[in-house]
Design a protein around this ligand. Structure first.
Ligand SMILES: CSCCC(=O)/C(O)=C/O
Ligand code: FE2
Length: 199
């Protein structure tokens, strides 16, 4: 199981293939038997990840370096819980609709936890569990969705290059340039063909 960011501290990001059950979206939905995948495999789909020091994000040099190198000038926070998120029920439903964005989705979990589900090259769902200290970047054009887990709470730092655009384009939006670029960069890896999505 090479699925974790691990260096003697708590695992903050794990990824696994999902089952097909329609049960509560906040449950883990592991396949039986469990099938984890590595962060390197996620990176092959364009999904980047880091473990950072969430207790000191204001002064964290590693976060500063990532922001500078990737141009993440904008930052705010999104708390997903009924008390803090306006229009909670509607938002929670829309986060879990399969969608894409025309820019990267960058989320750094500074408290709580949640599931970012992404499609692999064969359209199978991969569940990426992000806990406190985990930061992920979903590339523009990848189909994905989000839900809190059964703890029902996440506080995420949202980063963006320039003025943020949060618009979700619910599937299907295959004609968008961002989707075509995603396919070219991460799905059609070999010239002349689509490689095995999960290989
Ligand atoms: C944890 S931030 C809320 C989820 C979100 O912003 C999004 O775009 C999900 O796809
Ligand atoms: Fe999104």
């Amino acid at each position: 199981m090479g699925e974790v960011v691990k260096d003697g501290r708590e695992e903050v990001i794990q990824a696994w293939y999902m089952d097909d059950s329609e049960e509560d979206q906040r449950l883990p939905h592991h396949k039986d038997p469990k099938e984890f995948l590595s962060l390197d495999k996620l990176a092959e789909l364009g999904v980047l990840s880091w473990r950072l020091d969430a207790d000191n994000y204001e002064t964290d040099e590693d976060l500063k370096k990532i922001r500078e190198s990737r141009g993440y000038s904008y930052m705010d926070f999104c708390e997903v819980c009924p008390e803090k998120l306006p229009n909670y029920e509607v938002k929670v439903k829309s986060f879990f609709e399969e969608h894409l964005h025309t820019d990267e989705e960058i989320r750094y979990c500074v408290a709580g936890s949640g599931y970012f589900d992404v499609r692999d090259r064969n359209e199978a769902w991969i569940r990426v569990w992000v806990k406190k200290g985990g930061m992920i970047v979903l590339p523009a054009g990848i189909y994905h969705r989000f839900t809190v887990d059964s703890d029902n709470y996440i506080k995420a730092m949202r980063l963006f290059v320039g003025e943020p655009v949060w618009t979700p384009y619910n599937r299907p939006h295959d004609h968008l340039p961002a989707r075509k670029e995603y396919i070219d960069n991460f799905v059609k890896v070999n010239e002349g063909g689509v490689i095995d999505a999960s290989a």
